[in-house]
Design a protein around this ligand. Sequence first.
Ligand SMILES: [Zn+2]
Length: 273
Amino acid sequence: MKSIQKKIFILITLFALISCSNNKYYTVKKGDTLYSISKKNDVSIEELKEINKLKNNLLYSGQKIYIRSSNNYKGSYHIVRSGDTLYSISKKYNVTVKDLKKINDLKDNTLFKNNKIYLGKLISKKDLNYSSTSITTYEDNYKNSILKNFKQPLKEMTVTSPFGYRVHPVLGRKILHTGVDLRASMNTPVYSPYGGIIIYAGWMSGYGKIIIIDNGSSYETRFAHLNRILVKKGQRVAKGKVIGKSGKTGRVTGPHLHYEIKYKEQPINPMNL
Ligand SMILES: [Zn+2]
């Protein structure tokens, strides 16, 4: 008997919780105005009118006014610009990253330029700033992910060509780009992003002058199109050591660093680390 009561109690509690989260509304009493409700609940009048589809400010007693309909209310949006991250958007509009992900149905923190990120509330036009600039979100995400494990091979990281299928700039056919191309003028120092043993340092078809490091745990990193190689096969290198200088050797159209990571001999997207 006791356990049945317990179960019923849990069910009722769950039901109450579910209905609370879905129906956060206020019942209008005599004397209430949109202004007083907005003050009491810390919601703007604009927002209340938008959520409740009110054409004017007239209320009647007993009317249900939704304060937030968390499931489908999307509110104003921010257009993703270069340099934006979920974190920066969350700070700017005072919405948590968790909420942003939920409202916009985002699986991870990757943002794409010009996409709309709904804020779940109304923001006045003057506070919607569309003009933030710096490096792109792609690079930000790349940086964040790569820094965690395979520290960056260049001091300044700008991805000029991402990992994945692309039309090869020299060959002209669609092939898998097995790494990322990073902006680097001639003789930019290339750092070992992670400790390991040099297993190859020399010329390789297509790659030009290349260094391959065995980083252990089935990981291998490759640095290609170098102008100079400053390490030898068999040498152990620590994280952060200068191993070479960037260049334009091999099958390239101009100087850059091709950075590649292999896991169990398969090239992986450095962005997904
Ligand atoms: Zn490349």
